[in-house]
Design a protein around this ligand. Structure first.
Ligand code: SF4
Ligand code: SF4
Length: 382
C-alpha cells in the first residue's frame, strides 16, 4: 500500500509564513480528526545534548503545539533518559537541558515531562507481536500511558542506526533505560590494539567508565607499543551505546557491523512496533529534514550538514516518512566539508557512504514486515 507523506520545502511568503505552512502541513495528515477533547498527547522529541545546535528548535514546534491544542489535545513535550550519563541521563539534568535549549512551557504552551521518571525506572511493558528478538518491550511510562503520540524528529545520520528519523525517535528514544540496554546489548566494541595510538579520546567519550588507558607493561598478551599506554575495555561495564566509535580515528575500536547492527536495527524496530501498534489511535510523525548532520544529537556537537536544508515532512506512517526523508537526502547535492567521500554524486546513498557496513534498507524492510507501515509512499507537496 502507498502511504501519503506530506512535504513542505520551506519556501515561504508574507501571506503564508512558517506557522501557517506548518498548520497546513499537519491539517493534511487528518490527525486532528482522531483527537478526543482533553487527550493527553505526548510530543516525543530530542531536546539536544549540550553542545548540539542542530536539534529541533523550540520555536519550530510552537505551531505544532498550537495545532494540537486547537484540535482539543493537551500536549506535553517528552523524552526518556539516555543510557549514557551525559546531560539527559536522569530527569533533573534532562529537564534542565531542555530548559537550556529554550523549551519554556510558558512560551510554548506545553510543559516538559521526562517520560521514564526520576532515574529512568518508570516503565510499562508492552507486547511485541511477530518479532524475532522480543515478546515484550519496556517503554517509558509517560509515552506508553499518553492518550496520543506525536513524534517530532530531526532527521540526520546516526553512528549505529545509519540514520535517525521517526522510527528511531520512537523505538530507541521512547524505550526505558532497560529497554535501551536490551536493544544495544550485543553491540559493544572490540579493541584493536595494533590500531590504538593511546590518545585517550575514547576514554573521555565513555560515560560508563568501560574504557581506560593501561600502561604498556601491563598489557596481556604483551604488545610492542614503544612504552606508550593503550586502550583496555571492561565489557562488563559497556552498555553498547556506541559513543566511543566516533572518538577513534585510527581503528582502535571496532564492531562487527555486518551481524550486530542488523540485529540491533531489528530490535529497535520491534520496540517501535510495541509502542505504535499497541495504540488505539494513529500517531503523527513530523520530520525536520534540516541541518542533516552526519551524527546524532546525542554527540555533544553538530558537524556541518551533508546536504542543504530540504524541508518538513508529516505522515501517519513512520516507515513511509523515514523512507521519504532518506530518499530526499540521498537525491540532494552532497555538501562539504563533512566526512562524505569526495566523489559522491546526487542519488548516491549518503548514509551508507558514511557507514558502508550498514544493511541496505537500515531496518525499514523489517519495520514494514512488522506491520509498522509502508516503504511505498506518495510525496505530496503542501
Ligand atoms: S560502546 Fe563505547 S562508549 Fe559506549 S559504553 Fe561501551 S565502551 Fe563506553
Ligand atoms: S582506541 Fe582510538 S580513541 Fe581510544 S585511545 Fe586508542 S587511538 Fe585513542
Amino acid at each position: 500500500m502507498t502511504a501519503p507523506v506530506y512535504f513542505w520545502n520551506l519556501r515561504s511568503s508574507l501571506k503564508a509564513p512558517y506557522a501557517e505552512r506548518v498548520r497546513r502541513l499537519l491539517d493534511r495528515t487528518g490527525f486532528a480528526e482522531h483527537v478526543d477533547a482533553g487527550a493527553l498527547t505526548a510530543l516525543k522529541i530530542h531536546f539536544g545534548e549540550r553542545g548540539v545546535t542542530s536539534h529541533v528548535q523550540p520555536l519550530w514546534i510552537k505551531p505544532i503545539i498550537d495545532f494540537l491544542a486547537g484540535a482539543g489535545a493537551r500536549p506535553f513535550l517528552t523524552d526518556a533518559s539516555t543510557l549514557y550519563v551525559g546531560q539527559r541521563g536522569e530527569a533533573v539534568s534532562h529537564a534542565m537541558q531542555a530548559a537550556l535549549h529554550g523549551y519554556d512551557p510558558l512560551l510554548l504552551g506545553a510543559p516538559v515531562l521526562i517520560a521514564d521518571g526520576l532515574k529512568g525506572g518508570s516503565q510499562i511493558s508492552l507486547p511485541v507481536r511477530g518479532g524475532k528478538h522480543f515478546t515484550e518491550a519496556h517503554i517509558a511510562e509517560g509515552v506508553a500511558q499518553a492518550d496520543m503520540l506525536v513524534s517530532i524528529n530531526h532527521f540526520k545520520g546516526h553512528e549505529m542506526a545509519g540514520f535517525g528519523g521517526a522510527l528511531k525517535n520512537i523505538g530507541m528514544g521512547a524505550a526505558s533505560k532497560q529497554g535501551k540496554m536490551l536493544q544495544h546489548v550485543t553491540t559493544g566494541p572490540s579493541v584493536n590494539i595494533a590500531n590504538c595510538k593511546g590518545c585517550g579520546a575514547c576514554v573521555d567519550m565513555c560515560a560508563s567508565g568501560a574504557l581506560a588507558l593501561a600502561e604498556a607493561a601491563s598489557l596481556f598478551p604483551p604488545v610492542e607499543t614503544g612504552g606508550k599506554p593503550r586502550i583496555t575495555l571492561d565489557l562488563a561495564r559497556c552498555v553498547g551505546c556506541g559513543a566511543c566509535f566516533l572518538a577513534c580515528k585510527t581503528g582502535g575500536l571496532e564492531i562487527d557491523w555486518k551481524t550486530d547492527v542488523a540485529a540491533f536495527l531489528e530490535r529497535m524496530m520491534e520496540y517501535a512496533a510495541a509502542i505504535l501498534l499497541n495504540r488505539a489511535k494513529p500517531s503523527l510523525h513530523v520530520s525536520f529534514v534540516t541541518s542533516v548532520t552526519p551524527d546524532c544529537d546525542c554527540m555533544g556537537f553538530s558537524d556541518a550538514p551533508i546536504c542543504g536544508d530540504i524541508g518538513i515532512l508529516a505522515s501517519l506512517d513512520p516507515v513511509a516518512i523515514d523512507q521519504a526523508a532518506m530518499d530526499l537526502v540521498n537525491r540532494a547535492e552532497p555538501h562539504y566539508p563533512s566526512h562524505l567521500p569526495a566523489n559522491l554524486k546526487p542519488g548516491d546513498d549518503k548514509f551508507r557512504a558514511l557507514r558502508p557496513h550498514l544493511p541496505e534498507h537500515m531496518g525499514l524492510d523489517y519495520a514494514e514486515a512488522l506491520g509498522l507501515g509502508s516503504r511505498q509512499y506518495e510525496l505530496i507537496a503542501v
